[in-house]
Ligand binder design. Structure first.
Ligand SMILES: Cc1cc2nc3c(=O)[nH]c(=O)nc-3n(C[C@H](O)[C@H](O)[C@H](O)COP(=O)(O)O)c2cc1C
Length: 284
């Protein structure tokens, strides 16, 4: 792997992290004197880790990380999510088989499955004598997915702050019924995504992946469509990144356009609407 192009010598931690994230000298300069702290440093240093040491998490770390996950904001304090921790190698291997057999699922000592969990709320409602009919609407599905996502992202930040590495596994939705059966999930719940967690293998350096220019995602007052030139700049930055990482060359725009091009590009997930309805999710 080639070294990344280093930012200029007059660097502060803020400038260096911002440069890595955007590869934009002007932005890095402008924000380099802003307050900086450990939380920002952890978040801006994020990179998905796909190579792990064969070493279980130290005792107590899982529970500490879940405390951070449960500290995330949650819709109306509904806490409409659950997480299933899988460490059993055979179960992990079966789950990997349902998720494109990704190597890092086999290798990571811990696989977390984040569940949008409306089943618990339904049971609570029924025990109080209410029908829980509000749980059949798209609104409830959205808050279940959102709550699971907030918890998952807190998990990433907590794990990375402790020196662990993580990788989301959206491919856990490729065969959602098989995954639900393996985990004994009740109706009105589904795995939104998995996440591998473990100690990063120091022999495999993983770089910070640049993001879109901030002006593409940050709109002031009203939405403004992205400028083609800004996207082209990002294509160039990602091309540099791919060269440095010795990755197959393809434009970011081309790759993303292919990722959403048609039904086949969804790798089995085009059936999710039916799956959700069969499980009593998104009925109305
Ligand atoms: C919801 C979600 C699902 C993802 N699914 C996968 C996956 O199945 N396999 C994988 O290797 N990476 C997966 N990723 C990781 C993304 O590819 C990665 O976050 C993205 O390329 C940006 O890279 P970075 O995380 O290193 O900054 C997923 C990320 C998210 C947020």
């Amino acid at each position: 792997m080639n070294d990344r192009v280093a930012p200029p010598a007059q660097s502060s931690p803020a400038r260096e992290r911002l440069w890595d994230r955007y590869r934009d000298e002007a932005l890095a300069d402008r924000l380099s004197s802003m307050p900086w702290n450990g939380a920002l440093d952890t978040m801006l240093c994020h990179r998905s880790v796909r190579s792990y040491l064969d070493q279980p998490l130290a005792p107590g770390l899982l529970e500490l990380i879940v405390a951070a996950a449960q500290s995330a904001p949650t819709t109306s304090n509904l806490q409409a999510w659950s997480v299933i921790a899988v460490q059993d190698k055979a179960r992990k291997a079966r789950l990997a088989g349902y998720a494109a057999n990704q190597k890092h699922i086999h290798d990571a000592p811990l696989l977390l499955l984040f569940v949008a969990d409306l089943a618990r709320l339904h049971r609570i409602s029924e025990e109080r004598g209410y029908p829980g009919a509000g749980l059949s609407y798209i609104e409830a599905f959205i808050f279940g997915v959102a709550d699971a996502s907030f918890a998952a992202q807190n998990t990433v930040v907590a794990a990375e702050s402790l020196g662990l590495g993580c990788c989301f596994i959206g491919a856990m939705r490729n065969q959602p019924q098989a995954v639900a059966d393996e985990l004994a999930l009740p109706d009105e719940s589904m795995v939104v995504f998995g996440m591998t967690i473990g100690y990063p293998d120091p022999a495999i350096a993983t770089a910070v992946k640049p993001r879109l220019p901030q002006g593409v995602v940050l709109h002031h007052e009203r939405y403004s469509p992205p400028q083609k030139a800004d996207i082209a700049v990002y294509d160039e930055r990602m091309a540099d990144f791919r060269v440095e990482q010795e990755m197959r060359m393809i434009d970011w725009t081309e790759q993303m356009a292919r990722r959403v091009k048609d039904e086949a590009a969804l790798t089995g997930r085009h059936v999710l609407k039916q799956f959700l309805q069969d499980r009593g999710l998104i009925l109305k």
